[in-house]
Every structure is written in structure tokens, then in C-alpha cells.
Write a protein that binds this ligand. Structure first.
Ligand SMILES: O=C1O[C@H](COP(=O)(O)O)[C@@H](O)[C@H](O)[C@H]1O
Length: 260
């Protein structure tokens, strides 16, 4: 477990650009060291803001996109191509404009795919894909992702792990179907906390005033069942990438001043 480190930027645009630059460096370093990199994407406004910033960053060409494995932390269980699906939004923000190897893009199934409307079967299949990608050097049935990103919901949810729902209590399975989510759509597929914690680095993205209370709760010692963001940490590093609005309720001792 790594203790959270906070990086607070002046506003959400700067946060997205700085996080994109950080991600480029992390991917390039992993590819130089090992030949490939693996990243877990998040949905939501902050995750898509980061992808759009990455699409506009000239340094994106430093990445060998064909040697990048992409996974998702969660998916809204909707038909293929639905504009609310996290993968649809990621494709629009970035993925359609870079030369990825399609066999390395591991989207979660859609509700009109091979598993029909069965989110639990879709989750079990995704868990099998993760297990197949894990090697002996990994720490269980999930690859050691280089970076796993999570948007933080105003209610402290991360991925599709909502406070008090069964998914956040899961300790065995790496991926689960989520039913009755309080944020639409109610049916989702999500990595669990044990899968999230397999990542080398976990980055929590929180920008905007509506994230201030969630950040305050998650960073003030709340339990992970009540505040799932509090249970999201990486093996080597846990970074909270924030803007000043999201950090506005945190004690100033927790972080240095925002960049101008
Ligand atoms: O529904 C979801 O919400 C969260 C947070 O989204 P945001 O728009 O409040 O930043 C996101 O991280 C998750 O992937 C997504 O499915």
C-alpha cells in the first residue's frame, strides 16, 4: 500500500495537461524499460479531459502506440457505440486518432455483445482476459498495470464501485457486474479494489467544486466501504491529481500551493 500524494493544479485545464504530460512520460519510460506499457483508463469528465489533453499534446508522438495495452477500470453496460459508454467517449477523445494495436485495446463488453444483458457473465469474461494477460512476475490474476486512472465521483465512487454496494465489498473476484448503481446507467461492469491495487501506480483524478467533499471524505481516514476512493491505492504510488477547487476543503498542510 502506498500513501496518497497530492498534486494540486490551479484549474482543471492545467490539471488535465499536466496529467497528460505525466502519463506520456510514464508510458515512454515503461516502453523503454520493458518494450511495452499498460494503462487502465477511466470514464467520466476528468478522465476524458485528460485524454483530450493527451490528444492535443505534441509529445504524444513520443509514445509507441502500437506497444500500449489499454484496459478499462469500469464500463457502463450499454449497447456497442452508445455515446454514454466509457470506451465510446475514450475513442472520441483520443483513441481514434492514434495508431493503437486493436488486439491490445481491451474494451469491456457491451450489453448487446456475446453476453447479452448479463453483466455478471461479461465481468467474468473480462476477469479471464486479465488473468490470461498476467504473467508469473505479476501478483495474482491481473497484470501489474503501469498506471491505473480513476475519476472520483462526487459521492466518492471510483470505477463503478459505489458506497455500500456489494461490488466495493468484493475481496476475491477481480471484475464484477454492478447492479442498481445510483448513477445512471444502473448496470455496469467494474474492476474491484483488489484488481485496482494490483497496479504499480494509481492516479485519482478530481477536478471541480463538486469533487471537494468527496476528496475531503476520502482523504480524511474514511473507510473504503463508505468511501470507495479511500480504498484505491497502488503498489508503488497513489497520486491524487486535483485542481484547486477539488482541493478547497483539504487542510493546506496536505499539499503545497497550486501552480499559478
Ligand atoms: O460513471 C462514471 O463516473 C466516474 C466519475 O465521473 P465524473 O464525470 O464525475 O468525473 C468515472 O470515473 C467512471 O469511470 C464512470 O463510469
Amino acid at each position: 500500500m502506498s500513501a496518497p500524494q497530492l498534486v494540486v493544479h490551479h484549474d482543471k485545464e492545467l490539471m488535465a495537461q499536466a496529467a497528460a504530460a505525466r502519463l506520456i512520460t510514464r508510458i515512454v519510460d515503461a516502453q523503454a524499460a520493458r518494450g511495452y506499457a499498460s494503462v487502465v483508463l477511466t470514464g467520466g469528465r476528468n478522465g476524458n479531459g485528460l485524454l483530450a489533453a493527451l490528444a492535443g499534446a505534441p509529445a504524444r508522438d513520443a509514445i509507441d502506440w502500437s506497444r500500449l495495452d489499454l484496459w478499462w477500470g469500469d464500463e457502463r453496460f450499454l449497447p456497442e457505440g452508445d455515446p454514454e459508454r466509457n470506451v465510446t467517449q475514450a475513442r472520441e477523445a483520443l483513441l481514434d486518432s492514434v495508431a493503437l494495436d486493436p488486439s491490445r485495446v481491451h474494451a469491456m463488453p457491451a450489453s448487446d455483445g456475446p453476453f447479452g444483458n448479463d453483466a455478471d457473465a461479461a465481468a467474468a469474461w473480462y476477469a479471464e482476459q486479465l488473468a490470461a494477460a498476467a504473467g508469473p512476475e505479476d501478483h495474482g490474476p491481473v497484470p501489474t498495470f503501469d498506471v491505473l486512472m480513476l475519476g472520483v465521483g462526487p459521492d466518492t465512487h471510483v470505477a463503478s464501485l459505489f458506497p455500500e454496494l456489494p461490488a466495493v465489498r468484493e475481496t476475491e473476484r477481480t471484475v464484477v457486474g454492478v447492479h442498481g448503481a445510483p448513477k445512471p446507467p444502473p448496470t455496469r461492469v467494474s474492476l474491484t479494489l483488489p484488481a485496482i491495487r494490483a497496479a504499480r501506480e494509481v492516479w485519482l483524478l478530481a477536478a471541480g467544486e463538486d469533487k471537494a467533499e468527496a476528496a475531503e471524505i476520502a482523504l480524511s481516514g474514511a473507510g473504503e466501504i463508505q468511501a470507495p476512493a479511500a480504498g484505491a491505492y497502488g503498489r508503488s504510488r497513489t497520486l491524487w491529481l486535483m485542481d484547486a477547487a477539488a482541493a478547497s476543503r483539504l487542510p493546506r498542510a496536505l499539499y503545497p500551493p497550486a501552480s499559478p
